[in-house]
Design a protein around this ligand. Structure first.
Ligand code: GLN
Length: 272
């Protein structure tokens, strides 16, 4: 960490603030702590002032009280996604088998590993090789496997019908709304982490269709969604035989849906 005079720090804060960083003082402090010497610090400040997300410059993002490693292009965990952790914890009992799809950095799995009561199985999946590598880094010490592939496809078939919780912050931004995202998302995050197709529900719809066959009876799918998409997603979930419940947190500006696989339907299916 380079020594920075009070005057240099004030100039740095001023530059960040003029570039539109609302929390310029905090950001300056974090960038100073992240820099090895004054030349690196100058570079980091210049890149931040040019609009690069703070998290990519630091190499980590804070989520659920943990430092999660993030790599260029990999979706930066959002504060609002803490709602998924709470919604998942509320519907998941002890010793659960848990899979995170569209895991990005693996932040959700990392925090769920601590938050849930002794899960017996944890695994994560992503299609983007950069995300898979990043999640492997974040989950290595927990020995959680990270599979590369599309939604449920890369999971062992033996897990079919046995998952107690499937959680996903899948992309749900309608393609036409992508240009309206903050430039930090638009310019630096992989579009595939954000683009949810024409109505934003393309991925969530596919996920919903496959979920009943992977969930255990009484198991839950828990996903984040845009507030305007709740009714459409609830109809999709009901249509595949799941029982959806909306969860909303205004402080976090987050919306989640939990969807339960009913025991009764499962029992009827097993008889056939
Ligand atoms: N812009 C949304 C967010 O910041 C994108 C989330 C998503 O598509 N999963 O929460």
């Amino acid at each position: 960490m380079p020594a920075v005079s009070a005057a240099a720090r004030a100039a740095m804060v001023d530059r960040l603030r003029r570039a539109g960083c609302v929390w310029a003082e905090d950001e300056a402090r974090l960038l100073v702590a992240a820099a090895t010497d004054s030349r690196t610090l100058a570079e980091l400040v210049a890149r931040r002032a040019a609009g690069e997300p703070l998290e990519y410059l630091l190499g980590w993002a804070e989520f659920g009280g943990e430092r999660i490693a993030v790599e260029p292009g990999v979706f930066v965990p959002r504060a609002r996604t803490a709602l998924l952790v709470e919604a998942a914890a509320a519907v998941t009992g002890p010793g659960a088998a848990v899979v995170e799809l569209c895991c990005g950095s693996g932040a959700l799995t990392r925090v769920l590993a601590r938050r849930l009561d002794a899960p017996r199985l944890l695994a994560a999946v992503d299609l983007d090789p950069a995300a898979v590598a990043c999640a492997r880094r974040n989950l290595a010490d927990l020995a959680v496997p990270v599979f590369a592939g599309d939604l449920f496809a890369p999971l062992p078939v033996a897990w079919r019908g046995r998952l107690d919780l499937v959680v996903a912050n899948a992309p749900y931004v309608p393609t036409a709304a992508l240009p309206l995202l903050p430039s930090e998302s638009r310019r630096y995050e992989a579009p595939m982490a954000l683009d949810g197709g024409p109505d934003g529900l393309a991925l969530l719809r596919r996920l919903a269709v496959d979920a009943p066959e992977w969930l255990a009876p009484g198991g839950h799918l828990v996903v984040e969604v845009g507030a305007a998409q709740v009714d459409a997603l609830a109809a999709v979930l009901t249509g595949v035989g799941l029982v959806p419940t909306m969860v909303r947190d205004d402080d976090l500006d987050g919306t989640a849906m939990t969807a339960r696989r009913p025991d009764a339907v499962a029992a009827r299916r097993d008889e056939n």
